[in-house]
Ligand binder design. Structure first.
Ligand code: FMN
Length: 194
């Protein structure tokens, strides 16, 4: 099983880098499942201007889009690292997702977010988007509040110790995500093509 940890912000000095480091370090303890970071900085895509990928499954006219789609496609589940920009999720993430469609189907997605309200508004919106992508957005999430955010930002980007109080929530998230990932992987395998 492969879980992708998607870093959805690309700006200079982004906080998401620290969250990604924390999630990567925490998930190392899980045997029998691979975790990999997908960084949207590695997938710069133009403004979406194609036909709806809903009607052209698996066909991508651009190499950069095809590479992003193939990356997403090989995962069995996702942990989305979600900032909150103006009470929504980052536009760069939506733009990247709009280039794809079926690659996300029938797979679970969990969320780790941050912000003044823990990024909760961003995550609620992303859950709605996930449904349209025929995904299974899960209940358990980690919402990093300003007390932890402020401590983490003062440390070196590789020092993830400030996130320790959130670890119990990340455990619940990961355990639950792996349950759904196993269940849906099996179901997708049994009903391939349906
Ligand atoms: C354009 C912009 C809009 C923002 N809007 C919000 C917001 O609505 N709510 C919030 O809690 N934080 C907001 N913030 C603060 C972000 O939570 C904070 O900058 C966070 O570090 C963003 O993640 P990033 O550093 O990975 O980009 C905003 C930041 C930016 C750059």
């Amino acid at each position: 099983m492969l879980i992708q940890i998607i870093n959805s912000t690309t700006r200079n000095e982004r906080f998401s880098e620290r969250v990604a480091n924390w999630v990567v370090e925490y998930t190392r303890q899980y045997d029998g499942v691979d975790f990999e970071v997908v960084d949207l900085r590695d997938h710069p895509l133009p403004y979406f201007d194609g036909p709806s990928p809903m009607w052209t499954p698996g066909q991508h006219s651009r190499d950069d889009v095809a590479r992003f789609a193939a990356t997403v496609d090989r995962a069995d589940g996702y942990i989305m690292l979600a900032a909150e920009y103006n009470h929504g999720y980052p536009g760069v993430l939506k733009n990247a997702m709009d280039w794809t469609y079926q690659e996300w189907h029938r797979k679970p997605i969990s969320f780790v977010s941050w912000g003044n309200m823990g990024g909760t508004r961003s995550v609620e919106q992303l859950r709605q988007v996930a449904v349209e992508f025929e995904m299974a957005p899960l209940r358990h999430a980690v919402h990093i509040l300003p007390d932890i955010y402020m401590k983490a930002i003062e440390k070196d980007v590789t020092d993830v110790s400030a996130f320790a109080p959130s670890e119990p929530w990340l455990k619940v998230l990961t355990d639950d995500l792996l349950w759904w990932t196993a269940a849906l992987s099996k179901a997708r395998g049994e009903r391939a093509g349906n």
